[in-house]
Design a protein around this ligand. Sequence first.
Ligand SMILES: [Mn+2]
Length: 355
Amino acid sequence: MKMTFRWYGTSDPVSLKYIRQIPGMYGIVSAIYDIPVGEVWPIEKLRALRDSIEAAGLKFEVVESVPVHEDIKLGKPTRDRLIANFQQNIRNCATIGIKVICYNFMPVFDWTRTEMAMELPDGSFTLAFDAEAVAKIDPEKGISLPGWDASYEPGQLKSLLAEYKNVTEETLWGNLEYFLKAIIPVAIEANVKMAIHPDDPPRPIFGLPRIVKNRDDLARLVGIVDSPANGLTLCAGSLGADLCNNIESLVREFGGMGRIHFGHVRNVAVKPDGSFYESAHLSCEGSLDLAQIMKAYHDVGFEGYIRPDHGRMIWGETGKPGYGLYDRALGAVYINGLWEAVCKFTTAPVAKAQH
Ligand SMILES: [Mn+2]
């Protein structure tokens, strides 16, 4: 297991210097943020990013994310040019040493929350999703969501939603299949592992289809192209927001197949109606058992990348919601502690994953 930390580049208020001081930190997960979605990331930009990370004593082997253009998800005629650009991005990332590329296939909104700073009883602040509040939103009248308000012009969002009107889950699956059949051979040749991030939260939202939500979806996904290059980012918090998903058994099943390349390890406190908030990583703070999840990673012989996921805002820190330094650092140290314990106190991995 290689511990990593997401970093948003030089504009990120969290410095590489501080990330380096988190015990056991191996590398950085990042991306190129100033190139429009669908265009090619210049190698020079990728190289400069890698060099700045390496100068801080950290590795840059995981990209999160290369965004997938909406035209690809919609299956529009323009997709072939955009897929060619995505293929080139895979090759460019490989050139500078990237081993794993995270991406997702969520229409329009790649994550949804109703609150960015819900205060918890301990005085910390966290991201939350209120199922009732979301059910009350009428997309026809416009969607106002924290974290997304500046991402789309109102008219642009309306026309985008209109384009998805006739896109069923099966249409979206077809478009994902077309995309995977084009990019996975390129990833194989470049020796890069693709790792799709599940839907967050794992259910249809505002009438938009969502297709990477549970065990059966993940099984269908990895079956589309049967190669280790067609793999998963197993996000415990995203999938865990549906109490029917058993994260530990997903790690055993898909990790055992050698298909998990990147693990997002975090906790969520989930209510039966699907509402949730992002709790501290510690098992007793949320609905997931992180000790069992880390033991499952150990038992399948996991050698990929892991990162703590969103953190709460604690100790007066301000910054990008979910991506402060302190609580994510606590998460990393906690995961490392669990990992050390499962490695020392359990026997050697039973099944070595094939990579
Ligand atoms: Mn995640």
